[in-house]
Design a protein around this ligand. Sequence first.
Ligand SMILES: Nc1nc(=O)c2c([nH]1)NC[C@@H]1CN(c3ccc(C(=O)N[C@@H](CCC(=O)O)C(=O)O)cc3)C=[N+]21
Length: 285
Amino acid sequence: MTAQILDGRATLKTIKAELKERVAGLAERGIVPGLGTVLVGDNPASQWYVGAKHKDCAELGITSFRRDLPATASQAEVEAVIDELNADPGCTGFLVQQPTGLDEMALLSRVDPSKDVDGLHPMNLGWLVLGKPAPLPCTPMGIVELLRRFQVPIAGAKVCVVGRGLTVGRPLGLILTRKSENATVTLCHTGTKDLAAEVRQADIVVAAAGVPNIITAEMVQPGAAVLDVGVSRVDGKIAGDVAADVAEVAGWVAPNPGGVGPMTRAMLLTNIVVAAERAAAAPAE
Ligand SMILES: Nc1nc(=O)c2c([nH]1)NC[C@@H]1CN(c3ccc(C(=O)N[C@@H](CCC(=O)O)C(=O)O)cc3)C=[N+]21
């Protein structure tokens, strides 16, 4: 058996075409969504991600507000840029690219929650815990959207999430256990005693530990969906959390690159369009 590929690149293309129509609909009403990014330092991966986000926006007719700051930028300087984007009505949503090397919680908290297209503001994470509508984190939503579009059954599925990070594992557990997804989630982490035993139970495995090849073929139930979200760099190349031979056992595989990464961008674009639509429906005071 060889697994079906959960193709994030193709799905990003499809979602872009869908969103392009919604952006055109906004344009007819004189509204242009605008994405702001705040990038601190010269990490090449971060520069690539931010560049890709603005390229996506240009394709859709979303305006870009790019603020690149040197690695020497202080907390106060970054906060001043956040204040500027909060106040700019043309910037309908923005994000602070991580990592910054600064006090990230203070930066996240300073973003206007209604412009938080990353869904990582403490207030929006609070709405997620409470089950109320709010911007949702892009990578976990990208994972759910990828599963949906390839018709991987989610309701009733046993999902093993490996990693409890703020941007993937922790919010993904919250999203998948909502009534609308109805999965049963096991959240594994460095304190998990027998990771192989937990993974073996799962219909869906999401590997977001950042440990190369932590998921191997003999841990995976035949026919399971395995999504690789791990990003490590080994000799300058991206290394995922999932070993190559998993594709011989799994029913579906989201590769890395080409799986969840592009979906993160697709959900960012979705959050930008939704934030602009919401701002248009309820103009600010
Ligand atoms: N505030 C904030 N928001 C983020 O959304 C955010 C962040 N900080 N910090 C870093 C992570 C990482 N991230 C990715 C985005 C796109 C790809 C992506 O499109 N990857 C392609 C190409 C990868 C390559 O070849 O380098 C792929 O997987 O096919 C990957 C990873 C967003 N992040």
